[in-house]
Design a protein around this ligand. Structure first.
Ligand code: SAM
Length: 281
């Protein structure tokens, strides 16, 4: 290992100490590219120089964490997935709830960034229930949005966005579920009440799923555009946790460029290959 590589490893080690996140398990090409961007921004010419900078200005760690955990998201990202949720996934889940005389509905958006996705799921569910002339209050609904970046979750809890995040939201939905003022969009309280944001590391070896310490069974898990940043061994470990956290018959939705590891393919029915919608057998 050359000296620069040694300093690179030290930066990752420091991050792990600070935040408990082991970026050596992420795709190293992505991590190095994002780190280079941050170094260019700060003017550091080498890993060594950047490490010195981190030691002198510990607040730089937050910026680095933010840079390494890519936050790209928006409301109803990939509309088609939300159409399938409303027309196929929710009808199937609720039919099964009725058959078993249960009203508890648990949903987990893992790697939720600023919360756009979790709120989009909540709005889709409320719209579905409205169409079926059912009341949200008749169900015990919990939607968890989780991420490793607490700064991101603080913004998610506020539920306030700019126009870019809301660019795919249809007019009727905007009118009903957002308070709009200029280019500023605020999610209405009735939707916010359905979603809880909590910190959770998907790579954690101790906490399989949120909330910490509780064995949980989810009816639906969305983990989109997050696994793609992990190394293959980490993807498999995380995937196993997602699998164990799902109820039998529960649904898993991955990102467009993600897929189920080969050794788990038999545990799921592919409901929609293009949109990466799977149902646990
Ligand atoms: C590109 S965003 C995806 C947002 C949303 N799921 C979507 O598809 O629009 C990836 C998110 O995963 C989060 N993330 C990265 N590593 C994570 C980990 N180990 N545990 C939980 N979240 C993680 C990042 O902080 C970031 O907010």
């Amino acid at each position: 290992m050359n000296n620069e590589e040694k300093y690179f490893r030290l930066i990752l080690k420091q991050l792990c100490r600070m935040y408990g996140v082991d970026f050596s398990e992420y795709r190293q090409s992505t991590i190095k590219r994002r780190l280079a961007r941050r170094m260019a921004f700060t003017g550091a010419g080498s890993y060594h120089e950047y490490l010195d900078m981190l030691q002198e200005m510990p607040q730089e760690y937050n910026h680095l964490l933010h840079e390494l955990t890519i936050k790209l998201s928006r409301f109803f990202r990939n509309q088609y997935v939300f159409e399938r949720l409303q027309n196929e996934v929710f009808p199937d889940i609720l039919k099964s709830k009725k058959e078993h005389d249960r009203n508890v509905l648990r949903i987990w958006c893992a790697g939720c960034a600023f919360g756009d996705e979790a709120y989009s799921v909540a709005i889709t569910l409320v719209e579905f229930l409205k169409r079926k002339r059912e009341k949200t209050d008749d169900y015990d609904i919990t939607i968890f949005g989780t991420d490793i970046d607490e700064g991101t979750l603080e913004k998610a809890r506020l539920g306030e966005y700019d126009g870019d995040a809301a660019r795919e939201v249809k007019k009727g939905i905007l009118d009903e579920y957002f308070l709009v003022s200029g280019d500023y969009y605020r999610v209405v309280d009735s939707i916010k009440a359905l979603v809880s944001f909590t910190i959770h590391d998907l790579a954690s070896e101790t906490h399989m799923s949120p909330p910490a310490g509780v064995v949980t069974s989810y009816d639906l898990i969305l983990c989109r555009n997050t696994l793609i940043y992990f190394s293959v061994p980490l993807q498999e470990r995380v995937f196993l946790n997602l699998f164990k956290s799902l109820n039998p018959g529960g649904y898993l939705i991955l990102g467009k460029s993600e897929s189920i590891p080969k050794n788990h393919e038999d545990s799921f029915i592919i409901k929609n290959q293009k949109e990466k919608i799977y149902k646990k057998i």
